[in-house]
Design a protein around this ligand. Structure first.
Ligand SMILES: Cc1cc2nc3c(=O)[nH]c(=O)nc-3n(C[C@H](O)[C@H](O)[C@H](O)COP(=O)(O)O)c2cc1C
Length: 230
């Protein structure tokens, strides 16, 4: 099968989505499409290189909002029958809301629009699916309760990206999730994968409901549920 595999900028279910891409890339031709936020968030969770490794060659490209400029020419392939399937996982609240209102101003929302025009089935994993609380995983975080304010912050010194603002926070726009800081801080003040509870907004749940009523789009609770279809 030839599959367009899109990732948007959600931390929730991101690792599971990368795992699905790795599994499918072994057996299918996979073109990876990343929203601008996905590029950033994948790096924060230390997952970007795993995605990059899956790409190379015709129909195995890594397309991004940056390299596709404003008209996203690669998505035209979806409207002319070059792909059997488009997968979008995880799908942020932002991307879902744009799709349900017909907006196509990013690489991923364009891909969904073109898939609709080309009658290509779309499998999506929207992160905001059920009302109420969900547990989600954070990227690296400086735990101030454990930071002892060392004169020479080893974590800041070891960070090649200059992402640690000593004794204050991690600048996630610079973080690549390499884990060097975590392993060097003598006070164990950098956490990774901390689980927090967040609450779904009614508007996002309502948008997911609208998404599920679009003809060529099928929604799934988690990437593993898509895996079961292969
Ligand atoms: C660490 C991190 C995790 C995020 N996780 C989520 C998430 O789980 N769900 C979500 O809707 N947005 C999440 N966001 C916010 C999106 O990245 C943001 O809304 C972005 O504009 C989405 O753009 P996109 O839909 O084009 O990918 C996260 C942002 C950061 C920095």
């Amino acid at each position: 099968m030839r599959i367009a595999f899109a990732i948007t900028g959600a931390g929730h279910l991101l690792r599971e989505s990368v795992h699905l891409a790795e599994k499918l890339a072994g057996e299918h031709e996979l073109t990876i499409l990343l929203s601008g936020a996905a590029e950033e968030v994948l790096k924060m969770y230390g997952l970007y290189e795993r995605v990059e490794r899956l790409t190379g060659g015709k129909y195995r490209e890594l397309a991004t909002d940056t390299n596709q400029k404003f008209s996203y020419p690669i998505t035209g392939r979806l409207s002319i029958g070059k792909y059997d399937l488009l997968i979008v996982t995880p799908a942020t609240a932002n991307t879902v809301s744009k799709i349900v209102y017909g907006i196509a101003d990013t690489l991923v929302t364009n891909a969904v629009a073109q898939a609709g025009k080309g009658a290509v089935p779309v499998y999506m994993v929207p992160v905001d699916i059920h009302p109420g609380p969900i547990d989600t995983v954070l990227p690296s975080k400086l735990e101030l309760s454990k930071c002892e304010g060392c004169d020479d912050c080893v974590a800041a010194l070891v960070c090649e990206q200059g992402a640690i603002v000593a004794h204050e926070e991690i600048d996630l726009s610079k973080c690549i999730g390499c884990g060097l800081c975590r392993n060097s801080c003598p006070n164990d003040a950098i956490s990774e994968g901390k689980v927090i509870t967040i609450y779904m907004r009614d508007i996002d749940i309502e948008n997911t409901r609208k998404l599920s009523s679009i003809d060529n789009i099928q929604i799934f609770e988690k990437p593993d549920d898509i895996s079961d279809r292969f």
